[in-house]
Design a protein around this ligand. Structure first.
Ligand code: CA
Ligand code: CA
Length: 194
């Protein structure tokens, strides 16, 4: 009788643990994916951005799942940029961001208003659970020094990069800093945060 009671209790507590963990985000099944958009023909591993928000952008999709891989809707997610290499500047309200997952356990974050050049990835957390950071994107920008404005210092960096393969100033992603890039730089000169 006692053995039976213990077995029943064990099964009940296992069921309780299963129910409890069903609503908990899991770092091993949740994902953070970053994609560069808005500047063809640049590939999705590159984002070309201007602090004035009038170039490309990065879309970060966070999918929250429990340990069983089930999507978790209605979860509050925080998303934040993690500089890997380079100096970046984010306009007010741009970083970090937060929002609620949809019925598929997903939420998209958009980073438009920032500057700087180099390697950037994104992290996310939900209810205290920190997810694995996103893939790394290369960021190119006429705001080459990452101070949230396109100014004289940036022009100096552009001029130094002219006719080289410096990806920071190769806004059309053709592998070379040329006349087209200069036209693009000129059209963003003196741009700053909105
Ligand atoms: Ca600048
Ligand atoms: Ca180019």
């Amino acid at each position: 009788m006692r053995a039976l009671l213990i077995s029943v209790l064990a099964i009940l507590s296992l069921a309780l643990v299963t129910v409890a963990s069903a609503g908990i985000p899991s770092a091993s099944t949740s994902t953070v994916v970053a994609v560069g958009e808005g500047t063809p023909p640049c590939n999705p591993n590159v984002a070309v951005v201007c602090p004035a928000s009038d170039m490309g952008w990065v879309k970060i999709t966070v999918t929250v799942r429990n340990i069983y891989g089930d999507p978790l809707p209605g979860k509050l997610v925080n998303c934040y940029a993690i500089p890997v290499m380079g100096v970046f500047c984010f306009c007010p309200g741009e970083d970090p961001q937060s929002g609620i997952t949809d019925v598929n356990g997903e939420i998209d974050f958009f980073y438009h208003d920032f500057g700087g050049c180099g390697d950037l990835q994104w992290g996310a957390d939900c209810e205290g659970v920190v997810f694995n950071p996103s893939n790394i994107l290369y960021i190119a920008s006429p705001d080459a020094n990452g101070d949230c404005q396109v100014g004289l210092v940036d022009f100096g960096i552009f001029a130094f990069s002219y006719l080289t393969g410096d990806p920071c100033c190769d806004y059309d992603c053709d592998g070379m800093v040329g006349l087209i890039d200069f036209g693009i730089f000129a059209s963003h000169y003196l741009h700053a945060c909105p």
